[in-house]
Design a protein around this ligand. Structure first.
Ligand SMILES: NC(=O)C1=CN([C@@H]2O[C@H](COP(=O)(O)OP(=O)(O)OC[C@H]3O[C@@H](n4cnc5c(N)ncnc54)[C@H](O)[C@@H]3O)[C@@H](O)[C@H]2O)[C@@H](O)CC1
Ligand SMILES: [K+]
Length: 512
């Protein structure tokens, strides 16, 4: 699914109006109906009590006025508070006229802000995508007044005061909503941690916006939902054998961190790899062989950490990092791996696919000269702190996205920035936000599991690099969601994610 800017969203509205031969008021009616439908599923008229709709002067306020009428007609008790302005939009005026006289309407004043008792259901329709500057004066006072009340707040389209795709000054007034109900496509602002307290849970309602316009509009931002990965994993042919799905090499583990190697290996096997060999330090040999009998194991001559790079000829992908430690000898292994993977051979004209995670990323961060050696399409899987070690501290989440995009294009690699809505940056500068996963996955080892899935799907001959990464990130999150059904979020451990990778991939395969 694409994510568009506020300006593109306005153009999308216009294109829809022209293409479908409807008026802008009819499109607003669709938006308001979709909103009211959502609200009435969430709260019946008893649960809702008297709903207060705060309406601004533009089309967001117009949505609010139309919603007030529809809610009143559906039997809800509503009252409207208007934000005074010099002029209102045409569709606002239309919906103001349509509002039944039985609905109480008041104009807000600085000295007379609407009373908001604790628990009141408030619809925030002050400002949406038309916001042109941070709120000030009466509008800011209304927002602060609302945020102080212990209200249940549902925002239409965007929490008022929030920009759709840019940061706000730190102290600006922004509505803190429990829910945000938007139309057609999600907004970039919804996906960033710094906006979580404003946006709350967000929902996107279909209002029949022009599919042609969306298809034709270019954007760097995408949202990976089930439809994006449907059919991405080819079915396993009947006459396949273990060679068909690639032989992967995992370089992982050090004394005290063998669990990371075991988890990554388990995930790689559940990710459908044909064969897996793990190269582990001497101390990890027994641990690994006992816990992953399906994998082969090469012990390093060093007991506590990795010091040697095995021959790479037999492998279709290599993963390095989980539990690795940062010994000097291990740094040498990483440097050699980058150099050897980049060399083309007769059997392999393109670089050997690599997945770089955890301590291997920290080694890259502390030896940045290595970044020049990254073979094209290498996958890096930093969390924000690891990413900062590779680049610089980000001013905010928007700046971090810029750094991410610049890094992926400069080094021609695929960077998976881990978090809620994990963001995959491609060498061409696209950003793909993942839709699956839950807070239970914020637990030790879940990153190692992702590395294992990535390794399996990168070793798969039929999956291009981007497809393999997008699918891995999606399936990893989905496996966490399936696991949490049984364990709850607090009880979820990384091994539970491993056990649900198979079902998550099967689900993707079943969706065409
Ligand atoms: N255009 C369309 O056809 C549709 C628009 N929809 C709704 O319309 C919204 C966008 O409407 P608009 O473009 O009218 O924009 P808004 O309703 O977000 O606000 C624009 C108005 O607010 C003023 N304004 C902007 N920033 C301000 C500030 N900081 N302080 C005070 N006033 C400020 C502008 O001058 C303008 O009058 C969407 O978010 C959505 O809710 C939906 O009804 C779907 C259809
Ligand atoms: K709003």
């Amino acid at each position: 699914m694409k994510i568009l800017t506020a300006a593109q969203t306005r153009a999308l509205d216009q294109a829809t109006i022209q293409e479908q031969g409807i008026t802008s008021a009819q499109l607003m009616e669709r938006a308001a109906s979709a909103f009211v439908e959502w609200l009435s599923h969430q709260f019946d008229s008893n649960e809702a009590g008297e709903i207060l709709l705060l309406c601004g002067p533009g089309n967001n306020g117009g949505d609010g006025l139309a919603a007030a009428r529809l809610l009143h007609q559906a039997g809800y008790a509503v009252r409207v508070a208007l934000l005074p302005a010099e002029k209102q939009s045409a569709d606002w005026q239309h919906n103001r006229q349509q509002l039944p006289a039985a609905v109480p309407v008041a104009e807000m004043e600085a000295e007379k802000l609407p009373e908001i008792a604790s628990g009141t259901l408030v619809v925030d329709a002050l400002f949406g995508t038309g916001l042109s500057r941070p709120l000030e004066g009466l509008a800011a006072a209304v927002v602060r007044h609302l945020n102080k009340a212990q209200a249940r707040v549902v925002a239409i389209d965007l929490p008022s005061g929030l920009f759709a795709e840019a940061p706000q000054p730190a102290d600006s007034a922004v509505v803190r909503a429990q829910h945000t109900v938007s139309f057609g496509l999600p907004k970039l602002a919804f996906l960033l941690p710094q906006n979580a307290d404003f946006v709350g849970a967000w929902h996107v309602e279909d209002i029949g916006l022009s599919k042609r316009f969306i298809n034709e509009t270019a954007t760097p931002w995408h949202y990976t939902d089930a439809a994006a990965v449907a059919g991405a994993l080819p079915p396993r042919p009947k006459f396949s054998h273990k060679g068909t799905f690639g032989h992967a090499l995992l370089l992982a583990g050090s004394r005290g961190k063998m669990g990371a190697a075991v988890l990554a290996a388990g995930a790689c096997l559940r990710g459908g790899v044909g064969l897996l060999t793990a190269h582990v330090p001497g101390c990890g040999y027994d641990i690994f062989q006992i816990s992953q009998p399906e994998a082969m194991c090469l012990p390093d001559p060093q007991v506590a950490y990795l010091s040697k790079l095995p021959k790479l000829d037999a492998y279709q992908a290599v993963g390095i990092g989980p539990g690795l430690g940062q010994a000097e000898a291990t740094y040498t292994v990483l440097r050699k791996l980058l150099k050897n993977a980049a060399k083309s051979t007769e059997k392999r004209p393109t670089p050997l696919p690599l997945v770089i995670d955890a301590d291997a990323l920290n080694l890259l961060g502390s030896h940045r000269a290595l970044l020049k050696l990254l073979p094209e399409n290498t996958i890096l899987t930093p969390h924000p702190k690891e990413f900062e070690r590779l680049t610089e501290p980000a001013r905010d989440d928007y700046h971090r996205l810029e750094l991410l995009r610049d890094f992926a294009t400069a080094h021609r690699c695929l960077v998976v920035l881990k978090g809620a809505y994990t963001c995959l940056a491609t060498p061409t500068g696209e950003l793909h936000f993942n839709s699956t996963g839950n807070a239970g996955m914020a637990t030790g080892g879940s990153g190692d599991v992702l590395t294992g899935v990535l390794l399996a799907l990168r070793a798969h001959a039929q999956l291009p690099a981007f497809e393999a990464v997008r699918l891995s990130v999606y399936a990893h999150g989905r496996a966490g969601d399936l696991a949490a059904v049984h364990t709850g979020q607090a009880g979820l451990v990384a091994g539970d994610i491993v056990r649900h990778i198979g079902p998550a991939l099967a689900e993707v395969q079943a969706q065409i």
